[in-house]
Design a protein around this ligand. Structure first.
Ligand code: ZN
Length: 311
C-alpha cells in the first residue's frame, strides 16, 4: 500500500515532466486505494460467511475473519463490531438470515478503535438508531474517524466516518439489555481503549463463560519503550491487559478476528461435533500465553535485550 506522501511525490514528479495524464492516473489510483482500504490484501475481511449460532443468545454475524457478534434479548439486540466501512450490508444480511431484525439493534459495541472493527459504526447507527458505547480512551479516536489514532492517524486509508459516542465506558462497566449482561474489560495497548468483552450464556442448561478478546497484538511499528513510545504507558497497558486476560474465566473463546480463535477450523468441525467446538478453555489459555510471550520478546528486543520483563 503506497503511502500518501509517496503517491503525492510521484504525482509531483510526473507533473514536473508535464505528464498531466499520468497525474490523473496517479490521483485515480490513490482514490481507488483509499476507497478500498486494505481489504485487497485481506480478502477474508470482506468475504461473506454464513451466520451461525455460537451458544445461548450469542450469534456470529461477521465475515470470514472480521468478527461481529449479535446478542439477542427480548428488549432488542446488542451488536459487537461494525467492521469496515463496507461491512454494514454484510452484517445486516447475516442478522436477517438468522431471522432477526437489523432495526432491533439497540446497542453497538466494539473490540477496539481500528478501522477494521469500527469503520462501519456511523452507518449502522444511522440505520438502526442504536446507542454507541465505547471505552473511554478509544472515544476520541472513533469520534474523529481515526484521525487522532496514536499510530495510524496520518494514514488516510485507515480513516472512516466519525461516529458520536452515546455512552463512555470505563474499565469494569456493564452493558445491560433485556437480561443480557456484558462486562467491558479494558485491555489496552493495541489501542488506548481496547476492550475485551465477557458475558455468560446458557446452553443446554449449562452456564458458559464467554470471552471476546479485543486484541493483544503489538502492531508493526509500535514503540513500546524509549524516549518516544507510541503513547506514554503503552508497555504497562499491554502488561496489565495480559494480567486481565489471564484472570478471566473462559469456556467460549472468541475475538475481534476469527483468526484469534481459529474460527474457520472450528467451523469445519461444527457440523460433525456440534456447537461445543467453540468451548475451548485450553485454546484460550495457550493463545494468551503465546501472545504474552510474543509481547515480552518484542519489549526485550526494543529495550536492546535488557531485562525488563513485564508483570
Ligand atoms: Zn487492531
Amino acid at each position: 500500500m503506497p503511502r500518501l506522501s509517496k503517491v503525492l511525490l510521484e504525482a509531483v514528479t510526473l507533473m514536473r515532466r508535464g505528464a498531466g495524464r499520468f497525474l490523473l492516473l496517479a490521483v485515480w489510483a490513490f482514490v481507488a486505494l483509499v476507497g478500498k482500504g486494505r481489504a485487497d490484501i485481506h480478502p477474508e475481511w470482506t468475504q461473506a460467511l454464513a451466520p451461525f449460532h455460537i451458544a445461548g443468545n450469542l450469534y456470529y454475524v461477521g465475515s470470514a475473519d472480521l468478527a461481529s457478534y449479535l446478542i439477542v434479548t427480548p428488549s432488542g439486540n446488542i451488536l459487537i463490531n461494525s467492521s469496515l466501512t463496507s461491512s454494514p450490508e454484510l452484517i445486516r444480511a447475516s442478522i436477517e438470515k438468522l431471522g432477526f431484525r437489523f432495526s432491533d439493534t439497540r446497542i453497538l459495541l466494539i473490540g477496539h478503535a481500528h478501522y477494521d472493527h469500527c469503520a462501519g459504526s456511523a452507518e449502522i447507527l444511522r440505520q438502526t438508531g442504536a446507542k454507541y458505547m465505547v471505552m473511554d480512551a478509544d472515544v476520541p479516536v472513533v469520534e474523529s474517524g481515526g484521525k487522532v489514532d496514536f499510530h495510524y492517524g496520518s494514514e488516510l486509508d485507515q480513516r472512516y466516518s466519525p461516529a458520536k459516542v452515546d455512552r463512555i465506558l470505563h474499565d469494569g462497566d456493564e452493558v445491560l439489555l433485556g437480561g443480557a449482561v456484558l462486562t467491558a474489560h479494558k485491555t489496552a495497548g493495541h489501542t488506548r481503549g481496547t476492550t475485551t468483552w465477557t458475558m455468560d450464556v446458557t446452553e443446554a442448561g449449562k452456564v458458559l463463560h464467554v470471552v471476546i478478546v479485543g486484541s493483544p497484538n503489538v502492531n508493526s511499528g509500535y514503540r513500546l519503550t524509549g524516549q518516544h513510545p507510541s503513547y506514554p504507558g503503552i508497555a504497562a497497558d499491554f502488561a496489565h491487559g495480559f494480567a486481565v486476560l489471564r484472570s478471566l474465566p473462559c469456556d467460549i473463546f472468541l475475538g475481534s478476528h476469527g483468526a484469534y480463535f481459529e474460527m474457520l477450523a472450528k467451523l469445519a468441525r461444527l457440523k460433525a461435533e456440534g456447537p461445543g467446538v467453540f468451548v475451548d478453555p485450553v485454546g484460550y489459555k495457550s493463545y494468551i500465553a503465546e501472545r504474552e510471550a510474543t509481547f515480552n520478546r518484542e519489549l526485550k528486543r526494543q529495550t536492546g535485550g535488557a531485562i525488563q520483563e513485564a508483570h
